[in-house]
Design a protein around this ligand. Structure first.
Ligand code: PMP
Length: 442
C-alpha cells in the first residue's frame, strides 16, 4: 500500500523500492522522475524545467537533442544490434579510425569498453602488460572510477571503502594552487623523487590533465609536459584520463591538447557519445599497440565495441566536427568565464572561479583570506549536507541544475549552450550564493 502522504510519482516509488541509488545511504535516496529533455533543458514529472548547467554528470556534451546521434543508434539497432567482439562492424572500425584522427599525436589503436571506469581498468592492465611493472602513481585529488582497480588508483575519499585496494597504487600530491600548501610545480619535483625512490617498479603515472570532480584544477602550462618527462625518465608511461575533460569541454578536443602533450595511453568515455550510449575507450601509441602483436592482450568484455554504442560514438564525433562545437565551446567558454568572475567579485563566499572553456568551477569558502572550506552545518552533522549542497539545492529551486563536489560547484554545460542560457543559469547561481555569503565567518 502506498502512503497517501507520499507525493512521489508511482515511478519514483517503484524505483526507490527496487533500485539501488549510487554512492548513497539508501534511506536518503529520493530519485526524481525525468520525463523529457531537449537542448540544454530537462523536465521532471511535476512539469518543472531545469537548465542543465553541468551536463548531468559532466557528460551530456551534445545536449539532449542531438538527432544525428539518436538516429545512428536507431539505425544500428535495426541492422546489426549486437555481434561478438571477434566480429567487426562498420561502426566499430570507423570509430577506431576517427579516434586515431581526433586524439593528440600518433595515438592509434583503441580498446573499447562501456564506461570510464573500464577505460581506466584497461589502461592499468595495458600499462602493466607493456612495461612488465605493476605500480601506478596517481594523485590524491582525483577520481578514476568505481571498480576495484580504478577505485584503488582514485585518490579522493571514495577510495577509502575499498581499501586496501589493489597492490601498488601509490598516491602523489596535486597541482592545487588554491587549497594546498605545495606549489603545483613543486609537487612535480616531489613526484620525481617518489619515482626515483620506487626504483624501476612503476608502470605508469596516471592523471586527469585537468582534474574534474575533485574541483576543476587546472595546472600551470608547463606542468603536464614536465610530468611526461619525469615519468619517461623513470621508465614509466603517462596515462591521461580524459573521461571528463575530453571531447570539447576545454575548448580543445582533449585536456592534453590544452598543454600540447601526447600521453602514452588515453582514456575516454562520457562525451565520447555525448552520453547517448555507454561507451569507454582506451587508446595507445603505435609502440604499445605493437607489443601486443606477439604478447596476448588478456582483457575483454562481451560488450567490447558494442555496435550501437560505437554508432553513437561515431555520430557524436561527426556532430562535434560538423557543428564546430569545439571552437564554439572555446568562445562560449570565454563568456562563461567572465560571468563566473563577476559572480566571484560579487560574492565573498566564492573563493576562486577557475577552469577553461566550458569546464569550470566555483570553489566556495567560509573565510576568503584563510580559505576555510565549508563543512557540515552543526545542526546537520552526519547528514553529509554542507553549505555548498544548500547552494546547489537553491539553484535547483531557481531552475538551474548544478553538480557540486566537496567545496566546488562544477559548471560543465552542454557545448551547445547559448549566452542567454548562460545568463539564465548565472542569475539562479547569483541568488543561491546569498546562502553561502550569509554562512561565512564574520
Ligand atoms: N575518470 C574520470 C576522470 C571521471 O570523471 C570518471 C567519472 N566521473 C571516471 C573516470 C569513471 O567513469 P564512469 O563513471 O563512466 O565509470
Amino acid at each position: 500500500m502506498s502512503d497517501p502522504t507520499d507525493d512521489r510519482t508511482e515511478i519514483e516509488r517503484i524505483d526507490k523500492e527496487h533500485v539501488f541509488g549510487t554512492w548513497s545511504y539508501q534511506s536518503e535516496v529520493d530519485p526524481t522522475q525525468i520525463v523529457d529533455a531537449d537542448g540544454v533543458r530537462f523536465t521532471d514529472a511535476a512539469g518543472n524545467d531545469f537548465i542543465d548547467f553541468s551536463g548531468q554528470l559532466m557528460c551530456s556534451n551534445l545536449g539532449h537533442a542531438a538527432d544525428r546521434v539518436s538516429e545512428a543508434i536507431a539505425d544500428q539497432a535495426d541492422s546489426v544490434p549486437y555481434v561478438a567482439p571477434n566480429y567487426t562492424t562498420e561502426a566499430r572500425a570507423r570509430l577506431g579510425e576517427k579516434l586515431a584522427e581526433v586524439t593528440p599525436g600518433d595515438l592509434t589503436k583503441t580498446f573499447f569498453s562501456t564506461s570510464g571506469t573500464e577505460a581506466v581498468e584497461a589502461a592499468i592492465k595495458i600499462a602493466k602488460f607493456y612495461t612488465g611493472k605493476d605500480k601506478i602513481v596517481s594523485r590524491y585529488r582525483s577520481y578514476h572510477g568505481a571498480t576495484y582497480g580504478s577505485i584503488s588508483v582514485t585518490g579522493d575519499p571514495r577510495r577509502l571503502a575499498a581499501e586496501p585496494g589493489i597492490p601498488g597504487a601509490i598516491k602523489a600530491p596535486d597541482p592545487y594552487a588554491y587549497g594546498s600548501t605545495m606549489d603545483p610545480m613543486e609537487s612535480l619535483e616531489y613526484i620525481d623523487e617518489m619515482l626515483m625512490l620506487e626504483g624501476d617498479t612503476v608502470a605508469a603515472v596516471l592523471v586527469e590533465p585537468i582534474v574534474g570532480s575533485n574541483g576543476i584544477l587546472v595546472p600551470p602550462e608547463e606542468y603536464l609536459p614536465r610530468l611526461k618527462e619525469i615519468a619517461h625518465d623513470h621508465g614509466a608511461l603517462l596515462i591521461c584520463d580524459e573521461v571528463m575533460a575530453g571531447f570539447g569541454r576545454t575548448g580543445e578536443w582533449f585536456g592534453s591538447d590544452v598543454f600540447g602533450v601526447t600521453p602514452d595511453i588515453m582514456t575516454m568515455a562520457k562525451g565520447l557519445t555525448g552520453a547517448y550510449q555507454p561507451l569507454g575507450a582506451t587508446i595507445v601509441t603505435p609502440e604499445i599497440a605493437a607489443h601486443f602483436e606477439d604478447n596476448m592482450l588478456t582483457h575483454g568484455h562481451t560488450y567490447a565495441g558494442h555496435p550501437v554504442a560505437c554508432a553513437a560514438g561515431l555520430a557524436a564525433i561527426e556532430t562535434y566536427q560538423e557543428e564546430n562545437l569545439i571552437e564554439r565551446a572555446s568562445e562560449t567558454g570565454e563568456y562563461l568565464g567572465e560571468q563566473l568572475e563577476e559572480l566571484a567579485d560579487a560574492h565573498p563566499s566564492v573563493g576562486e572561479a577557475r577552469g577553461v572553456g566550458l569546464f569550470r568551477g566555483l570553489e566556495l569558502t567560509k573565510h576568503s583570506e584563510e580559505r576555510v572550506p565549508f563543512g557540515e552545518r552543526e545542526d546537520k552533522v552526519g547528514k553529509g549536507s554542507t553549505v555548498v549542497d544548500e547552494v546547489a539545492a537553491a539553484a535547483y529551486e531557481n531552475g538551474t541544475y548544478v553538480a557540486n563536489m566537496i567545496n566546488t560547484l562544477i559548471i560543465a554545460p552542454p557545448l551547445t549552450i547559448t549566452e542567454s542560457e548562460i545568463d539564465e543559469a548565472i542569475a539562479s547561481l547569483d541568488a543561491a550564493l546569498e546562502i553561502s555569503d550569509d554562512a561565512m565567518i564574520a
